[in-house]
Design a protein around this ligand. Structure first.
Ligand code: NAI
Length: 261
């Protein structure tokens, strides 16, 4: 029953809650979800042995961190590319080699991009890759890999099975491109485990309840929700994992100046 003003170019007309940046979304779905479903996608598509290979992960954001964490479990060596000095330093301190795509393209056997930035893997990179390099993407927009260059420059392009293209370049080497450069974990596998998605969707439900029950708190614009709701989402999932949460004593709570939980 709420009335909203008419849309003006560049201006929102309804209240919006940014659920994407909830901790229980971005630090869970993006990181832990991709940590599980990336390998699923690569394995279902290619059956390639990951051990002993070099995997290049373009970026060390939340999704990149998840991808970087899972690959050494299969005994791949991981190289990271980053533009953000803090994340590049984090990656280096975690023990990953950090370099540019111009360098990494010569070393990698498996390439994963998730930067949301265009022109990450270009023709010049494809041309320097090792034979049968697997190239895939796990972000949301298919702008990172220059698929057009591959289409125009491959001397042979065989679709081995749906979502798996084997492109032979003029130098004789082949690139295995997954899902034509779109999301590998959805295109080649089943996405994240449902427990992980439950975190993300609980966020959305909480946001809708909050917006519906307290409309006055949310005028037209983009809003972030109180940390309490983020905590409530996490708390709702603890029982399933048999987690025992420590409660502050009254004295501890008083000392910290927080309400007793
Ligand atoms: P983020 O913002 O944490 O990470 C992006 C990173 O890319 C940043 O660290 C940034 O510095 C880096 N970057 C930007 N341009 C770069 C460049 N040219 N070269 C190297 N690094 C560069 O974002 P997040 O949370 O990791 O999400 C990434 C994408 O993944 C988003 O589109 C998101 O929607 C999507 N996503 C996909 C999922 C899936 O199931 N496939 C699940 C969750 C998120």
């Amino acid at each position: 029953g709420r009335e909203f003003p008419k849309a003006k170019p560049g201006k929102g007309i309804v209240p919006v809650i940014n659920v994407n940046d909830y901790v229980t979304k971005s630090k869970f779905d993006n990181l832990y979800g991709c940590r599980e479903s990336l390998i699923d996608g690569i394995k279902w598509a290619t059956d390639v042995m990951i051990a002993g290979k070099v995997a290049v992960v373009a970026d060390y954001g939340d999704v990149g961190k998840g991808c970087a964490q899972t690959l050494p479990g299969f005994r791949a060596r991981v190289i990271i590319t980053e533009i953000d000095p803090i994340k590049a330093l984090q990656a280096a301190i975690e023990g990953y080699e950090v370099t540019t795509m111009d360098e990494a393209c010569k070393e990698g056997n498996i390439f994963i991009t998730t930067t949301d930035c265009f022109d990450i893997i270009l023709g010049q990179h494809f041309e320097q890759m090792k034979g049968d390099a697997v190239v895939c993407y796990i972000g949301h927009f298919d702008v990172e890999t220059d698929g057009k260059w591959l289409n125009e420059n491959a001397v042979e392009n065989v679709t081995i099975k749906p979502q798996v293209d084997h492109c032979r370049l003029k130098n004789g080497f082949c690139i295995i491109l997954l899902v034509e450069g779109r999301l590998v974990n959805l295109g080649c596998a089943m996405g994240h485990p449902s427990f992980m998605m439950s975190n993300s969707f609980t966020n959305q439900v909480m946001a809708q309840i909050e917006q519906w029950t307290r409309p006055d708190k949310y005028p037209v614009g983009v809003h972030f929700l109180p940390k309490k709701l983020d905590e409530a989402v996490a708390e709702a999932h603890l029982g399933k994992l048999k987690v025992k949460l420590t409660k502050l004593t009254e004295k501890q709570a008083q000392d910290l100046g927080v309400p007793i939980n």
